[in-house]
Design a protein around this ligand. Structure first.
Ligand SMILES: NC(=O)c1ccc[n+]([C@@H]2O[C@H](COP(=O)([O-])OP(=O)(O)OC[C@H]3O[C@@H](n4cnc5c(N)ncnc54)[C@H](OP(=O)(O)O)[C@@H]3O)[C@@H](O)[C@H]2O)c1
Length: 264
């Protein structure tokens, strides 16, 4: 995700590579990133963080506590931390760093091709310039939505952060069904992905509610009606609702667990 962010910022010329420093523990990867993007590299987090105005935390959640411990007390007023670490609460990060200017973001996987949607929030210590800088960085990854309460981050984790998983599973199920009918797999793939892509663009461009568009193509006694009957009988809506709720509950409990483990 950090590399996607760097790539997007550099390709849109929003930052000069010489103003970017990547902290990366593996030497081979450091060299690779330096060669590919022309950025500065550092082997240690404090070395990278000391001189930067914006520090992006993009490690796996299990590596976060050691990174916070390395940086604790080092950051100065005027520096801002942007965390994209899933489930890491603002309190965990600001306590762990002893620093109050923190932005928490929930991006999603399509950010890797600048087609993501990020939901974010910030502490009151993040000033207007820093809010604008955050918005610019996140817009390089796709769309962004600011929410004024951290509680929306767990909700966003369940809807948009985890969302690509649900879409990909539906995609996979439709491809398998098309193969079951008799289509060769590559044709099944194209039929399904183009149908999904076209339907989404159609829905967004029409500005209409999905139910309205769906009703337009559901003729009495027709194929859509027959398929919808089976989808409703199989409780598709309930299953989706339960899945998103389960992801929400899991996001909240992971955040609590991490916060508790950092304090112990
Ligand atoms: N991928 C997504 O779509 C997505 C969506 C939402 C949120 N997120 C969040 O984004 C964060 C990054 O995810 P990712 O998928 O990009 O993970 P990733 O590919 O594993 O990237 C993590 C990076 O951190 C480096 N690293 C490990 N330990 C470190 C340390 N102590 N100090 C500095 N760097 C260290 C790793 O280096 P090595 O390669 O050398 O191990 C790796 O380059 C995660 O917290 C995840 O929850 C990701």
């Amino acid at each position: 995700m950090a590399e996607a962010m760097i790539q997007a910022l550099l390709s849109k010329k929003l930052v000069d590579p010489k103003n970017v420093t990547v902290s990366e523990p593996r030497q081979k990867r450091r060299e690779e990133l330096q060669q590919k993007h022309g950025v500065n590299v550092a082997a240690k987090n404090p070395e990278a963080a000391r001189s930067c105005k914006i520090i992006v935390l993009s490690v796996k959640p299990q590596d976060l506590s050691s990174v916070l411990a390395e940086l604790k007390g080092l950051l100065q007023r005027g520096q801002m931390v942007i965390s994209i670490v899933a489930g890491a609460k603002i309190g965990t990060i600001s306590e762990g760093l002893a620093h109050n200017a923190v932005v928490r973001v929930m991006p999603n996987t399509p950010a890797q091709i600048s087609e993501g949607i990020s939901v974010w929030t910030a502490t009151p210590d993040v000033n207007q310039d820093q809010l604008n800088q955050t918005r610019t960085i996140l817009q390089a990854l796709g769309k962004e939505i600011y929410m004024n309460d951290e509680k929306f981050l767990d909700m966003a984790t369940a809807v948009s952060g985890t969302g690509p998983t649900y879409v990909l599973l539906v995609m996979e199920a439709m491809i398998d069904a098309a193969v079951h009918l008799g289509f060769p797999r590559h044709i099944a793939y194209e039929l399904v992905t183009e149908t999904m892509r076209g339907s989404i663009i159609f829905a967004v461009k029409s500005g209409k509610h999905p139910a309205e568009l769906r009703n337009m193509v559901t003729s009495p006694g027709g194929t859509s009606a027959a398929a919808l009957y089976e989808l409703e009988k199989g409780s598709l809506r309930t299953v989706i609702s339960k899945a998103i709720w389960a992801a929400y509950e899991r996001s909240k409990s992971l955040g609590e667990e991490r916060h508790a483990s950092m304090r112990s």
